[in-house]
Each structure stands twice: as C-alpha cells, then as structure tokens.
Design a binder for this molecule. Structure first.
Ligand code: TLP
Length: 347
C-alpha cells in the first residue's frame, strides 16, 4: 500500500535517530535514589527553560497532571477547570478516583479560555458545607478547543485571580511549546504565573515517552512523593530522559512547520463542500473539522479516509480531528487534501 499519512495525533511520532543514539549512550543510575544523572539533567534543563526552580520526570502527561493535582489538593478539596479540559474529559476522572479531588467545571470558550468572572464566581467562600477551592487549572494549548494557544495576558490574569484568593494555578502544558511557537513568545513567559506545569516530551517533540512537571523546590519534593505512591518511581530511566533532552534541544523550533502544515490543511478543507472549519481558528497543529454533508458520519468518513491511506480521529458523531506532526511533510498535506476531495466530493 502507498504511504500512510497518520494524522490521528502527534503522540504517534517515533524517536529520531539522534534520540536513539542518545538513549543508547545515556549514563544512568537508580532514579528513586536520585542517582540518574541524565534524568537530573533533563529535570534541570526543563525547569530552567520554564523559569521554575525544579523539575520531575514522570511517565506521561496524565501522571504529570494527577501528581500536580494531588500535590496541591487533599481529598475533598475542589479544583476549577474547563469542561473541555483533557483532565476532565480524557483522564478517566483520575482526580476523583485516585486523588479524591472534586472537579468544578466551567464551560470552555472556543479559544480554550474560561471566563474570569465565572472562575471568580466559582471560588468557594469559607463555609462548613462547601469543599475548599485549592486549585485552578488551565490547558495551553487547548486540545479540544482547536489547539488554541492561551495568551500571556490571559495566563497572567488567571494567575492573579488565583493568587489574590490564595489558590494555586496548574497548567496542563502537554503542548506548551506549540503555544509558545504559535504565539511567538517564550514558554517561560506563558507559565510565569503557574505554580505547577506539566509539559510532554512525547507529543510534538517526538520522544518515545515522558513528561516533566515543574514548580518550586518544595512543590517538587511533594510531587516526588506523590509520583512514588502512584507507582511512577522508575529506576535507570535516563535511557528515556536522554531522548527527552534531545526533544527539548532539537525539536521545539521546528514545531512551526507543523503549524504551517495544519494551517494549509485547514484552508484547503474549508473549501470542500460538506466540511466546515474556520481556518482562522487553527493557530497550532490541531485541526478539527465538522461534517455538514448529509448522512455522512464521522465513523464512515474516517473509515473511507483510512482505506485511502489517511488516518484521522473521530471526536464526535460528525466531527474529526487531524493533528500535524514531525512525520508529516507539506507534500503529505497535498495528498491528504486530494484524498478528502475524492472521498467527500466524488462519493
Ligand atoms: N492527548 C492525547 C489523547 O489523550 C486525546 C491526544 O492524542 O491528544 N493533556 C493534554 C492536553 C493532552 O492532549 C494529553 C494527551 C494529555 C494531557 C495526556 O498525555 P498522556 O497521553 O501522555 O498521558
């Protein structure tokens, strides 16, 4: 079969040659004893890049978020977050199931923000009947909201609101570097108001696994304990951290190519009758498309595309998602556009 163009996610990216070499040559030690030099380098490097005191290597974005939530909140405490956040939508309710944390959701705007007034209104007063509001969570870029990057101004406004009320701010920055490249700002400026942040190495940055949590030293000491109780203490894990170091040093700047590819795809799909998308909403590497052609479901479209060598994800009955990534070239985008036209227009 001809080349498959896989746009299901940027999580499908495979490690680069430089990553494999670094993994093979990595110096390692028992990281639960704090003796893996490569993990330490990755943690320090990430913290430095994000303007935080310390970092903690974790297995995944899901673990990073849960570790942060549980480090900020005790059982019965409440966190405020958007109803489209990954944490609320796709993490199995782990905050409640494992952390005993109560989620108070606020509808996300289509650009991934949540209204400041709504956040302020959701903060609980001190009352014996209420849970205590301990945490506000933002997601940047916002996966389910078109991969939208949240601006420095907005992040600062939410940070101020949180801190004025003695509440912490966590940022799910699984694609924080996409946000920074998309807005042409520094990642550290985006998370300056955050008390904790999770970034992922294994999405757009193409490392095989791993995320890093950053915050101040006291917070990271607490987070290290939580990681251990969740079974996330790994031993000679410098073999993975080595790929993460390459991801941070070599793979961030090129994210702009993914964004260009996504914008090109969005512009072309907007021209195809039977599909609906506003290309102006595509600012990073995630493209959501609504299907308006009568009686065409996402499932049918995804199957037809798949048979023609293009993989995308159904994200609703009449909605699909395409995510550009390291393995996608501009010529693949041309191919994908052609396949969409054939599948939608001609069938
Ligand atoms: N997102 C995955 C799927 O789970 C949907 C994807 O393909 O986009 N935060 C955000 C914003 C994410 O998009 C993801 C993964 C995570 C956290 C969780 O990361 P992992 O998969 O490493 O646990």
């Amino acid at each position: 079969m001809a080349n498959i163009v896989d746009l299901r996610s940027d999580t499908i990216t495979k490690p680069t040659r430089n990553m494999r070499k670094a993994m093979a040559e990595a110096e390692v030690g028992d990281d639960v004893f704090g003796e893996d030099p490569t993990v330490k380098t990755l943690e320090d490097m990430t913290a430095d890049r994000l303007g935080k005191q310390a970092g903690l290597f974790v297995t995944s974005g899901t673990m990073g978020n849960l570790v942060c939530e549980m480090s900020h909140c005790g059982r019965g405490d409440e966190m405020i977050l958007g109803d489209q956040h990954h944490i609320f939508f796709y993490e199995q309710g782990g905050s409640a199931a494992i952390g005993g944390i109560h989620s108070r959701t606020i509808p996300n705007n289509s650009d991934g923000t949540i209204d400041l007034k709504a956040i302020a209104g959701a903060i609980r007063p001190d009352n014996i009947h209420f849970p205590r509001t301990r945490l506000i969570v933002l997601e940047n870029t916002h996966n389910r909201c078109n991969g939208s990057p949240l601006s420095i101004e907005y992040m600062n406004q939410v940070g101020k609101l949180a801190h004025d009320r003695g509440i912490k701010l966590h940022v799910d920055g699984a694609r924080l570097f996409n946000a920074a490249r998309g807005l042409n700002v520094k990642a550290r400026d985006l998370v300056a108001p955050a008390d904790s942040v999770t970034i992922c190495l294994s999405k757009g940055l193409a490392a095989p696994a791993g995320s890093v949590v950053c915050g101040n030293s006291d917070f990271i000491a607490k987070a290290r304990r939580v990681r251990k109780v969740l079974g996330g203490g790994m031993r000679q894990v410098g073999v993975l951290a080595a790929a993460g170091i390459v991801a941070l040093t070599e793979m961030v700047d090129r994210l702009i190519e993914d964004h260009e590819n996504a914008k090109k795809l969005a512009r072309a799909l907007a021209e195809i009758p039977g599909l609906k998308i506003d290309p102006a909403t595509v600012l990073t590497n995630i493209v959501y498309v609504e299907i308006t052609k009568e009686q065409l479901t996402a499932e049918t479209l995804v199957n037809r595309l798949d048979r023609a060598g293009v993989k995308v994800l159904p994200t609703g009955a009449r909605k699909i998602r395409a995510v550009t990534n390291y393995h996608i070239r501009p010529s693949d985008i041309e191919t994908v556009i052609g396949v969409f036209k054939t599948v939608i227009v001609r069938e």
